[in-house]
Design a protein around this ligand. Structure first.
Ligand code: ADP
Ligand code: MG
Length: 352
């Protein structure tokens, strides 16, 4: 049973293995981009075309949004002197606007100007260290989503204050999944699974007509191949997980991970070990971007504030929170699609 489950499960930071229908064309490709192993499994007549078009789109967007590629929009913007307007592409501009919007509505817990702080912890260059409080306080002076500026009207110009650096790493993969959904739509793709590590898009249903099954990685058992905190059964939906276990280092017995609380400049320590945000795909909407931004922000907020945020935001998205003290909390909109993993040892709660 465990083996069967694994074969049918699309891990939220694992890989897609789809049961093949011999009558249906299928293309499955692996793409390594944006520091992520991505797997696109696409069905239907135009599956090959759509899968490779999705790869091209990922590479195009990475070329604009990367913080490390010197010619990207983000690098050009970061390199410009304070106050100087830089013209960026429409995609970059759209995503910068989205980043500011999500900062505003999440009370600044999502912040794409943390780059100097992430670098001080060594997360950019893989040269990990624990910065001093004084150093962090100095760096935090140049952090804040209101420290970069987008021109009014039609122009695509952006600028930033002195010492400010943009990093769209907390939202870019969500934007990419929105772009891939457009490609699937344009090509009349009946079904597909698009996995970008912690960002998953399931398109249509499985060949046997049932929903896709997505495993939520158990943050406490990252070394176990089939260690799940639960499962999501979804069609036409995005599911995005942010967790402290995805990128971290240890020093003097303490673990430091890559999601930073803008209030402290330190790795968020909110009592959560992962946050999964789920939203339906909706034509013309950008729910992949929404899920990515919110998964990062709600991880910083912690359980109580995250649930308050969910309650006051209406019904656009649902949550699965995994807590340090051994609980898995899911919101009641997922009643029909969230399934516990009974072997995980977690206590399961549904909240409304
Ligand atoms: P991942 O990209 O690892 O799947 P996330 O979507 O949670 O996970 O994004 C984490 C990345 O976002 C970090 O690597 C860093 O580049 C950036 N980041 C870290 N903390 C924040 C934050 N509070 N707000 C916005 N971006 C952040
Ligand atoms: Mg994110």
């Amino acid at each position: 049973m465990a083996a069967l489950m694994a074969a049918l499960t699309l891990g939220l930071s694992g890989c897609a293995m789809t049961p093949a229908d011999p009558d249906e064309a299928q293309e499955s490709i692996q793409v390594i981009a944006m520091d992520t192993v991505m797997i696109f499994s696409v069905y239907g007549e135009k599956s090959t075309h759509a899968a490779y078009a999705a790869e091209d789109e990922v590479r195009r967007l990475e070329g604009l949004l990367s913080r490390t590629e010197p010619d990207s929009d983000v690098s050009r913007l970061n390199a410009a002197p304070a106050g100087e307007e830089v013209t960026v592409s429409e995609d970059t501009r759209t995503l910068l606007e989205a980043a500011q919007l999500y900062s505003k509505i999440t009370d600044g817990t999502f912040d794409c100007t943390l780059a100097p702080v992430s670098s001080a912890w060594g997360f950019t260059e893989d040269s990990f260290r624990v910065p001093s409080r004084t150093e962090l306080n100095g760096l935090l002076k140049n952090v804040g989503w209101d420290k970069f500026h987008l021109s009014e009207g039609q122009s695509l110009a952006a600028s930033h204050d002195e010492g400010v650096e943009i990093d769209l790493g907390g939202i870019a993969k969500g934007y990419v999944t929105d772009a891939i959904a457009k490609i699937l739509e344009e090509n009349n793709i009946p079904r597909a699974t698009i996995s970008l590590g912690g960002n998953v898009l399931v398109w249509g249903d499985r060949p046997d007509g049932t929903p896709w099954r997505i495993g939520i990685q158990d943050p406490a058992r990252v070394d176990v191949a089939d260690g799940y905190a639960g499962f999501l059964n979804l069609t036409n939906a995005f599911a995005v997980t942010s967790g402290g276990y995805q990128r971290y280092f240890e020093e003097d017995g303490k673990t430091y991970h890559h999601i930073i609380d803008p209030a402290t400049g330190c790795p968020a320590d909110s009592g959560l070990t992962s946050v999964t945000v789920v939203a339906d795909w909706e034509q013309g909407e950008s729910n992949g971007t929404l899920c990515d931004a919110l998964s990062t922000a709600l991880f910083v907020m912690g359980e109580e504030k995250a649930l308050d945020f969910w309650r006051t935001s209406g019904s656009g998205f649902e949550l699965v929170l995994v807590t340090e003290d051994g609980r898995v909390v899911s919101t009641d909109g997922l009643t029909d699609c969230f399934a516990p993993d009974e072997t995980s040892g977690y206590a399961y709660e549904t909240v409304s």
